[in-house]
Design a protein around this ligand. Sequence first.
Ligand SMILES: [Zn+2]
Length: 249
Amino acid sequence: MAEVREKMAWSLQEYRDIISKYKPIICDYPDTAGRDSFCIIRHDVEFSVSRAFDLMKIDSECGIRASFFFQVMNGAYNPLSVANRALIRQIAEAGHHVGLHLYVSHIEPGDVATLRRELAFQRDILAAILGRAVDRFSYHRPPRWVLALEEPVLDDIINAYAPEYFELTDGAPPAEILYMADSQHNWKYGHPLDDSKYRKFQILLHADEWTGDGAEARDNFHELIERNRAEFVEIIRSECNHYDRIMAN
Ligand SMILES: [Zn+2]
């Protein structure tokens, strides 16, 4: 069994197995209130909108609705490009939730006023791209001080790291809600397919980590780079009639 698990690691089949396991208790952030058990499926999108779109199709096939969080200050993709904007809108139109993946690395520790301004600023950009209101956000690489804030950053937006969905434990086991994340190709807080005594979960799955057959970290980086490169070449080709002729020589 362990060998099979090892073989399937990071494959889309393993991804489906995770979704299937939690499907009976998967629900959206606001719907967790008062439940004895729940599982929130969250996708932070760091490098590839097209990979997020692929994962969305699997979520839809599995009959679940997930939350996809997009960055607007990311050097890897432009959410306002014609292609990406269409994909992001289709994710929302398919019934999934689209939120902001809030970039905060440039904010001085403790500067809550700037944090509030940034959240409103980045949220409004994503809302303009989407053509609808954005009701949720998750932090990208959150420093501890933002996770420890006792007041909501803004009242009218769901924070994926709010205490109802996430326990700040500084490494200790959580009391009730188990947070599992595949960040950096590593299930640091436990693997979703392992047995668990918990009944409340938030699972962060980055589309950037998952490939058809399941690539290890190094091959996965190569695949991400190659996909990005191929998409970039297509952009040049579509803008430059002479591309094929020049590059053939
Ligand atoms: Zn992130």
